[in-house]
Design a protein around this ligand. Structure first.
Ligand SMILES: [Zn+2]
Ligand SMILES: [Zn+2]
Length: 270
């Protein structure tokens, strides 16, 4: 892979993966100085793409819509072959025009599209899971909304953390199994492939063996529908998370036959 960092001797360096999901102090929920993130990625032998939040709908009092133009200007000094500048845009229906405009800056290397909000429910908050419905129907609401926003939001390259709901679910059953929701997963995969987009393999939950097993089936399903590329991202908000579980992600991708890619100038690279 072309992402190998010269001189690196550790396993990740030989794999040459880019961590394509990293937040720094530009994002409202991170205080990580960009220099610290870059130093950590270099020490690990991984590339790095900053993906700062652009969310126009969220339940927090903080502003999660970074000023992308200002961020790109400020961070231009850090850009290199192994340090790229991207964004993570919240996929919403009502604010899609503002989101599209916010990520239209052609200096962006890469855009993750992520579902953080389903209709008016912030998935981080308990209310979504307290609706008077069976747990399967609540998970199906998440999928239905994801399908709707993929249909209407064309301005992203990789669909972020498909298992995001499992992070915050208040149900005993947190893993969203491929076999239980196959129809919904397959629809999402077909839409992404039809639109030339890829799927992120988010490493946040891969340290949990039951989550890794569930996600293996999900990404195998993606492969079986024709998916061939994944970006890999830690969703780091602090230095110790950068590159976390990348050995597990690389193993999953290899066993399934998926190619780990990254984006530069909005173009897929491997
Ligand atoms: Zn996210
Ligand atoms: Zn993120």
């Amino acid at each position: 892979m072309s992402g190998v960092l010269a001189g690196s001797s550790n396993t990740l360096g030989r794999v040459g993966i880019y961590d394509c999901h990293v937040h720094s102090a530009v994002s409202a929920d991170s205080e990580m100085p960009p220099q610290d993130a870059i130093a950590r990625a270099q020490a690990l032998g991984v590339g790095l793409c900053f993906t700062e939040h652009v969310d126009f709908e969220c339940s927090s009092d903080k502003c999660f819509a970074a000023d992308i133009s200002q961020y790109l200007t400020d961070y231009e000094q850090y850009r290199s072959d192994t340090v790229l500048l991207g964004a993570e845009v919240g996929l919403t229906y009502n604010s899609r025009a503002a989101s599209r405009k916010a990520v239209s800056d052609d200096r962006l290397d890469f855009i993750i599209g992520s579902v953080h909000i389903v209709r008016d429910y912030d998935l981080f908050m308990p209310e979504f899971y307290e609706q008077d419905l069976p747990w399967e129907d609540i998970y199906r609401q998440y999928f239905a909304f994801t399908i709707k926003v993929i249909e209407h939001c064309e301005y992203f390259d990789s669909l972020g953390h498909i298992d995001y709901i499992s992070r915050y679910s208040r149900f005993d059953i947190k893993n969203v199994e491929y076999n239980t929701f196959r129809k919904e997963y397959d629809k999402i995969f077909e839409m992404l492939i039809d639109r030339g987009k890829v799927l992120e393999l988010n490493t946040r939950r891969l340290g949990d063996p039951s989550a890794a097993k569930c996600l293996y089936s999900v990404y195998e399903g993606y492969y079986n529908r024709g998916g061939r590329y994944v970006t890999v991202g830690s969703d780091a908000h602090s230095t110790e998370v950068i590159g976390a579980n990348f050995d597990i992600a690389a193993d999953i991708a290899k066993r399934i036959g998926l190619n780990i890619c990254y984006f530069k100038n909005r173009r897929l690279r491997v």
